[in-house]
Write a protein of this length. Structure first.
Length: 290
């Protein structure tokens, strides 16, 4: 079952591939990347034929975008998730450690969402999908879209940096009380701010710190890379920690603590927090009061 949107191409247009002409043509596919995905999935037809990125628009065609309303996976991954917030358009869950958000594997958060969330009554309801990503070992706040329009609006809010995220990490070694890390990652601008909230002596690591982090950009592994480059890798981070400081068997101490945004369909602010994992509280008991 699907709901379709159509567009009549003026006869006066100059010949152009649909992957250029179709950008922004429909609200749910505002970017070239989103358009390519829709084409790859076969959701776009030109004159009743499934289009590809190579399809040429000459003028006078009818373009139809018909995404499925609700696609229930053949198998859902059985995993009980803590739902912190939910309405007809979006949801926010507390992601556990040690599981992928999405991808080609079966054991993902994405494949467990349908059994944990209510089906949206909105006309453009889709299978719930994560609106962003958290690393495999990271815990905490994960934002979910339940409709096509919600996913589009949430994506736009992230692109416009209108969603504020706050993380906490436990880091190794003596560090400054606060600062801004402005170092490119893979040639792209990457900025993170940090504040050392508390520190304690550690027999093995000499000093452990509880650090509040706010990324201003969203590069892959940004906080982990920035802290490692600062000389204060995250406790339990196997990828960016010197071999002699790797903590095995207890996971990585990085937690997506809060998320703040204006609701994409309502004129009100959402400020949501996720409780700290027990392993954080064991190191810093004061966290149990936050």
């Amino acid at each position: 079952m699907s709901i379709s949107h159509s567009h009549s191409v003026p006869s006066t247009v100059s010949p152009e591939r649909i992957q250029e002409y179709g950008v922004g043509l429909f609200d749910a596919i505002p970017t070239k990347s989103a358009l390519k995905k829709a084409l790859k999935k076969g959701h776009i037809r030109v004159n009743d034929r499934i289009a590809s990125t190579a399809t040429m628009i000459q003028g006078g065609e009818t373009i139809v975008y018909a995404p499925p309303l609700l696609v229930i996976p053949k198998r859902s991954f059985k995993l009980k998730l803590q739902v912190i917030y939910e309405d007809d358009h979006l949801a926010i869950i507390d992601k556990p450690a040690g599981i992928l958000v999405s991808g080609n594997q079966f054991r993902t958060i994405a494949n467990a969402l349908s059994q944990n969330l209510e089906v949206s009554p909105e006309q453009d309801a889709v299978t719930p999908q994560p609106a962003h990503r958290l690393d495999f070992a990271t815990t905490g706040i994960l934002l979910i879209g339940k409709t096509a329009e919600s996913l589009r609006r949430l994506s736009k809010l992230f692109e416009e940096k209108k969603i504020r995220k706050c993380y906490y990490a436990v880091t190794i070694g003596e560090m400054n009380s606060s600062g801004i890390i402005d170092k490119p990652i893979d040639g792209k601008k990457a900025v993170s701010t940090f504040k050392c909230v508390a520190s304690q002596v550690s027999p093995r690591f000499k000093l452990l710190n509880l650090v509040k982090l706010e990324p201003e950009t969203g590069r892959r592994h940004q906080l982990r890379i920035h802290l490692s480059e600062l000389g204060n890798p995250i406790l339990g981070d196997r990828d960016y920690t010197p071999e002699n400081l790797i903590l095995k068997g207890k996971g990585m101490y990085l937690h997506a603590f809060s998320l703040e945004l204006v609701h994409p369909f309502e004129d009100r602010s959402l400020v949501i927090t996720a409780p700290f994992p027990e392993r954080f509280i064991k190191l810093f008991p004061s966290l149990g009061k936050l």
